[in-house]
Design a protein around this ligand. Structure first.
Ligand SMILES: NC(=O)C1=CN([C@@H]2O[C@H](COP(=O)(O)OP(=O)(O)OC[C@H]3O[C@@H](n4cnc5c(N)ncnc54)[C@H](OP(=O)(O)O)[C@@H]3O)[C@@H](O)[C@H]2O)C=CC1
Ligand SMILES: CC(=O)C(=O)O
Ligand SMILES: [Mg+2]
Length: 764
């Protein structure tokens, strides 16, 4: 095993308690979804257009030509996620109401990964006919129907009937989504072990929705009937069996003397588990052929854990449905992208060719080199096609531009596309732009920190939201949280919040006044400040009484890796405290960078914190620092130096300063794209930018250098308050140690994000 393999296998489990899972779902607005209007609804005129009488016009247009619904309503991008809760994950029949968190979850994954709008419908019946009747009339609402967590064999009847009755794609994800992803993994595992698909022996445990559909696609790919044995709760599904049978199982019944899973698995090349936790034993693994392939896909716990399988064999290729082991076979890799492709060509259905195209696209993607930007999505370890990387990970940003085009092309080739794509290249570019950056930006940071946990000091340790943030930081596996404050007070506050800190691993409390390190910290500070008018006792007082000084000294002297503060003090005051203790990094300047996460894109804005009225040289330096942050966050920087004018028009003294900054950058021969001066709309809108064909940016800017602090601060705050954007920061950049200052009164989630960014050392 290479060290890369080792690292991948040793991934830590995300740790969360049941209470955290409940709080995640209940906090703020209960649940995970809300409806957002895409048109203004502010004036009388808006109302007249959106509703009566204006709405009558599209009504008549659609009545005359129903296909107009795709142009005039949300239908073409809307998927219904529909369940009756009879097979929720591997938890069995828990009822329609209990399935709602899963269905809401799927809806948000549709949005997050493929910008497909989706909402959930839970239908309170176990009767297939009633279910079919409840769904069959919903065609006018949706562009597609994703059925979920409906048990077999009813799911087969329901899906087949709805496919006949409805003119939009109907896709039972537990069947086909799972089958597609598993097939992709299998294609790669076969290649790695040098197997011929037509001679490979496979045992599938689980003859339900996922099991049966997987066998269908595997056989379409080349597995032979006689080489495949299916098992269920009654053991092997053999020819002639009568107990617990149905027509879908019969279709895969084999002529074999084996009657139990144990007998069937002996000598098998591949095990496919789509059943329940613990169905496979170590003995069974031992009995498999050389280089066995084990896909234990039951959720939330696999048929056998990788630890157990590796304990008895070291030649196994192992996959599970979980995100905390390598090779996650989970349908989240499929459904968002399969529907994206199907919707974009207005496919009438999702057929076998489209499913195989998706599986092959996924398999091929795992074989490709992982570029730098993407490596960040893999927790810092750059995966290479091999035993522990046979399938891309859910956060791989290439999925959106890879899978939907393959699905769309297959739909076009098989005649089910009602609106074929004319320019595939342009379509792929559009798809990339749909990628939601919000989670992406932070996800990479958090995953990286999880891999290299850090000691982060939370300076305002007595504050409620800081305690909550510290507990969450530790709970997410990001490292050790050091709370600065009076121990008893912190414990009491934590107890009042229902969080016992006693015995909680990963949390330390340091009282500045009682710390054994404060003499060292005070003398360190005195060395720095003695010629700036401070006496030793001033320094002692600062360390003993001021938590920012104490926390910063911990970081400066290596007792902690990073620090976060700001909840109770203004940014500039907190920064002054920190600057007494920590200098700028040699050759760098300290600036503030805000991350603006707007619909479909992330833009970095600088300097949002420090230099009030930068001159040309300052602006050039700000550009260099901001470009560095963009790179650290995984974006290739395209820097626009902004002004009220674009390339000299209209002229003005302020714009001349920005032009001068561009010339300074020219002289410094920096290694990133930049240009200016230009107005914000030119920087952000590629079409407007095209009016200036000489502009050196290859695409819309993703780093905006503002001409002064006021414009930086005003624009980001307006974006946040009025524009519906998420703004993270300002992130403090250019200090010699990792320090982040949150906005006054920040909430626990903001504090955790900033602590993660500090631990990641985004500023250095
Ligand atoms: N990783 C992923 O992306 C996905 C994983 N899954 C997982 O696959 C499993 C099945 O889901 P689904 O097909 O929707 O559910 P179904 O209810 O449709 O099917 C369950 C099947 O498992 C069989 N089974 C149950 N217990 C055992 C056992 N001890 N030994 C052998 N077979 C058993 C049942 O047998 P019988 O017919 O005799 O009742 C049935 O055939 C779940 O754990 C689910 O979480 C599902 C979808 C996606
Ligand atoms: C992942 C999924 O859909 C399931 O386990 O049911
Ligand atoms: Mg499911």
């Amino acid at each position: 095993m290479t060290s890369n393999d080792n690292n991948l296998r040793k991934r830590t489990r995300p740790t969360f308690t049941d209470q955290e899972a409940l709080t995640f779902h209940s906090r703020g607005r209960p649940g995970k979804l809300e409806v957002v209007a895409t048109k203004p609804m502010t004036t009388q005129r808006d109302l007249s257009l959106a509703y009566s009488p204006g709405v009558a016009v599209p009504v008549l247009a659609i009545a005359e030509d129903p296909s107009k619904a795709y142009d005039l309503t949300v239908k073409g991008n809307l998927v219904g996620v529909i369940s009756n809760g009879t097979a929720i994950l591997g938890l069995g029949n828990r009822g329609a109401q209990a399935s709602k968190p899963v269905m809401e979850g799927k809806a948000v994954l549709f949005k997050r990964f493929a910008d497909v709008d989706a909402f959930d419908l839970e239908v309170g019946t176990e009767d297939p006919e009633e279910f079919i009747n409840a769904v069959r009339f919903l065609g006018p609402t949706f562009g597609g129907i994703n059925l979920e967590d409906i048990k077999a064999p009813e799911c087969f009847i329901i899906e087949a009937r709805l496919r006949e009755l409805m003119e939009i794609p109907v896709f039972h994800d537990d069947q086909h989504g799972t089958a597609i992803i598993a097939a992709a993994g299998i294609l790669n595992a076969l290649e790695l072990t040098g197997r011929d698909i037509s001679r490979t022996k496979l045992v599938c445990n689980g003859a339900g929705a996922a099991g049966i559909a997987s066998l269908e696609i595997l056989k379409a790919l080349g597995f032979r009937d006689e080489n495949v044995i299916l098992c269920d709760t009654k053991g092997v599904v053999f020819k002639g069996r009568t107990e617990g049978m149905n027509q879908w199982k019969s279709a895969h019944a084999t002529d074999t003397p084996a009657r139990t899973l144990e007998e069937a698995i002996a000598g098998a090349d591949v095990f496919f588990g789509l059943s329940v936790k613990g169905a496979v034993t170590r003995e069974m693994v031992k009995a498999m052929a050389a280089n066995p392939i084990i896909f234990a896909m039951a959720n939330p716990d696999p048929e056998i854990t990788p630890e157990d399988a590796y304990a008895v064999r070291d030649d196994v290729i192992m996959a599970t449905g979980r995100s905390d082991y390598p090779n996650q076979i989970n349908n989240v890799l499929g459904f968002p992208y399969i529907f994206r492709g199907a919707l974009d060509v207005r496919a009438k259905s999702i057929n076998m060719e489209m499913k195989i195209a998706a599986a092959k696209a996924l398999a091929k993607l795992a074989q490709e080199d992982v570029p730098d930007e993407v490596a960040a999505a893999y927790q810092g370890a750059r995966p290479r096609f091999g035993r522990d990387y046979i399938i891309p990970a859910p956060f791989d940003p290439r999925l959106i531009s890879t899978v939907p085009p393959a699905v769309a092309q297959a739909a076009m080739d098989t005649g089910v596309a009602q609106r074929p794509i004319v320019d595939m290249g342009a379509y792929k570019a559009q798809l990339s732009a749909r990628r939601d950056p919000v989670a992406g930006a932070l996800q990479r940071t958090v995953e990286r920190v999880r891999r290299y946990p850090k000691r982060v000091v939370f300076a305002e340790g007595e504050e409620e939201q800081v305690i909550r943030a510290a507990v969450s930081f530790v709970g997410q596996g990001l490292g050790t949280a050091i709370l600065v404050g009076r121990e008893e007070r912190i414990r009491e506050t934590a107890a009042g919040l229902g969080m016992a800190l006693d015995n909680r691993e990963g949390i330390e409390i340091h009282n500045a006044r009682l710390s054994q390190r404060n003499a060292a910290y005070a003398s360190y500070l005195y060395d720095r400040l003695q010629r700036k008018g401070y006496l030793f006792r001033d320094c002692q007082r600062m360390i003993n009484q001021d938590r920012n000084h104490f926390a910063a000294a911990m970081v400066a002297l290596g007792d902690a890796d990073a620090m976060v503060t700001g909840v109770t003090r203004n940014f500039s005051v907190a920064l002054d405290d920190v600057r007494h203790v920590i200098d700028p990094k040699p050759g760098h300047r300290v600036i503030g960078v805000s991350l603006v996460l707007a619909r479909g894109r992330t833009v970095l804005v600088a300097d949002t914190a420090i230099t009030e009225m930068p001159d040309a040289k300052d602006l050039a330096e700000i550009a260099v620092e901001a470009a560095g942050v963009a790179r650290r966050l995984g974006y290739e920087p395209r820097v626009a130096l902004l002004a009220f004018s674009s390339f000299g028009h209209p002229p003005g003294e302020r714009s001349a300063r920005v032009q001068e900054a561009v010339r300074i950058l020219d002289g410094r021969r920096v290694d990133f794209e930049y240009d200016g001066e230009m107005a914000a709309d030119v920087a952000l809108d590629k079409e407007l930018m095209a009016q200036y064909p000489f502009c050196r940016l290859s695409d819309a800017a993703n780093v905006l250098v503002m001409p002064a602090f006021h414009s930086a601060s005003i624009s980001t705050k307006m974006m946040q308050t009025l524009g519906g954007s998420t703004v993270i920061g300002p992130l403090l950049v250019g200090l010699d140690r990792a320090v982040q200052i949150v906005p006054l009164g920040a909430k626990d989630t903001d504090i955790v994000n900033m602590a993660a960014l500090a631990a990641f050392n985004v500023g250095g």
